[in-house]
Design a protein around this ligand. Structure first.
Ligand SMILES: NC(=O)c1ccc[n+]([C@@H]2O[C@H](COP(=O)([O-])OP(=O)(O)OC[C@H]3O[C@@H](n4cnc5c(N)ncnc54)[C@H](O)[C@@H]3O)[C@@H](O)[C@H]2O)c1
Ligand SMILES: [Zn+2]
Ligand SMILES: [Zn+2]
Length: 361
């Protein structure tokens, strides 16, 4: 028996998204159906709509979600109907070459549901990041459900499912930010502000937020930025150096995903510092750097997939910090919207009006 529910799809490259009927199969072995309560609008959803990730249209968008498990398939023991969960796109396999090396946050064979959700005519949908959560109910692998304290606000903790976790983890897990560090974050959307908040949690003493939009910079201060730079008004590299004794930052997080901002990140870091690329570039982007600078400046150039997080470790921990008032997840939620307002939310992303729009069911 399958269920028919409402969801948001991107049918064709570059076309506005639409609300339509989605057919959700009953959970098979290892799978779960989750009643979605809230799902944030991430820039990656827009990348999907624009064909920037791959061409497997139609996509069922949405992937930063929290909800309640409705039913589980055979063999599922870690979650049960009624559990409050944050969905993740890293259900680790436990036996790929990364998992076997004891680095499951790189898992190369993460689990997704085996069955596909479809349109009414049977067309199979590609769920964004293997989740697909702009939908009243979604089918996922049970490992994609991370149980957390149920006393919290779904709209806030759902954001840990992608962007905010990616940002916090980019700073703490990938960048290794620690007490006393100087950190610069380029691009202060949901991901970049996650990095600002992560740097603050880790005890960084100088946290420089960089964006082209003053409102974003104001918000970044709320998450712990000690200094801000408007990239339209200042030379970013020179301004970061001026704020770090002429040296550059220990860790620079690039949360835009463009060659020009990557170049800024590269040159705004101190000798032996670390660049973390968490922004997602598109296929046509390239960058040229003097190889002598790559060598001569030392340090590490890293990429951060999902903040190198382990959902089972990081989600409950961050939810607890939120509960204690030490991580303001509510401040990421600029507005709560309805399912048919996702397209408008993409527009607001471009005009800088929101940090996160969150669809509420
Ligand atoms: N690596 C991952 O696992 C992961 C996870 C989620 C999102 N992402 C990616 O992270 C990036 C940011 O996502 P988001 O949801 O925060 O997007 P967003 O659109 O909310 O934020 C991007 C921010 O960058 C700013 N910006 C744009 N151009 C700039 C420039 N030249 N200099 C400084 N700031 C500039 C914008 O004003 C905006 O505030 C996207 O590329 C997204 O796909 C990566
Ligand atoms: Zn694995
Ligand atoms: Zn995302």
């Amino acid at each position: 028996m399958s269920q028919r529910v409402r969801g948001v799809i991107a049918r064709e490259k570059g076309k506005p998204v639409e609300v339509t009927t989605i057919v959700v199969p009953d959970p098979g072995p290892g799978e779960a159906v989750v009643k979605v309560q809230a799902c944030g609008v991430c820039h990656t959803d827009l990348h999907y709509r624009e064909g920037g990730i791959n061409d497997e249209f139609p996509f069922l968008l949405g992937h930063e979600a929290a909800g309640v498990v409705e039913s589980v398939g055979a063999g599922v023991t870690d979650v049960a109907p009624g559990d409050f969960v944050v969905l993740n796109w890293r259900a680790v396999c436990g036996n790929c070459r990364a998992c076997n090396k004891g680095k499951p946050w790189y898992c190369f064979a993460t689990h997704n549901a085996k069955q596909r959700m479809t349109l009414e005519d049977g067309t199979e949908l590609s769920p964004a990041l293997g989740v697909g959560a702009f939908v009243e109910k979604t089918l996922v692998h049970a490992g994609q459900c991370t149980k957390v304290d149920p006393s919290v606000r779904p709209a806030a903790v759902g954001l840990l499912g992608c962007g905010v976790m990616a940002g916090i983890g980019a700073a703490i897990n990938t960048g290794g930010v620690t007490r006393g560090d100087s950190v610069a974050v380029i691009g202060c959307g949901g991901v970049g502000d996650g990095a600002v908040a992560g740097a603050a949690l880790a005890g960084a003493t100088t946290i420089i937020a960089i964006d082209t939009d003053d409102r974003k910079l104001e918000w970044a201060r709320g998450f712990g930025a000690t200094h801000t730079i408007n990239a339209r008004e200042a030379d970013v590299v020179e301004a970061v150096k001026a704020l770090t004794g002429g040296n550059g930052a220990d860790v620079v997080v690039e949360a835009v995903g463009r060659p020009e901002t990557y170049r800024q990140a590269f040159y705004a870091r101190d000798l032996a510092g670390t660049v973390v690329l968490v922004g997602v570039p598109t296929p046509e982007m390239t960058i040229e750097l003097p190889l002598l600078d790559v060598f001569g400046r030392g340090g590490a150039l890293k990429s951060s997939w999902y903040g190198d997080c382990l959902p089972s470790r990081d989600f409950p921990l961050l939810v607890e910090l939120y509960r204690q008032g030490r991580l303001d997840l509510d401040a990421f939620v600029t507005e709560e919207i309805a399912l048919d307002e996702v397209e408008q939310a993409f527009g607001k992303m471009h005009t800088g009006d929101v940090l996160r729009s969150v669809v509420i069911f």
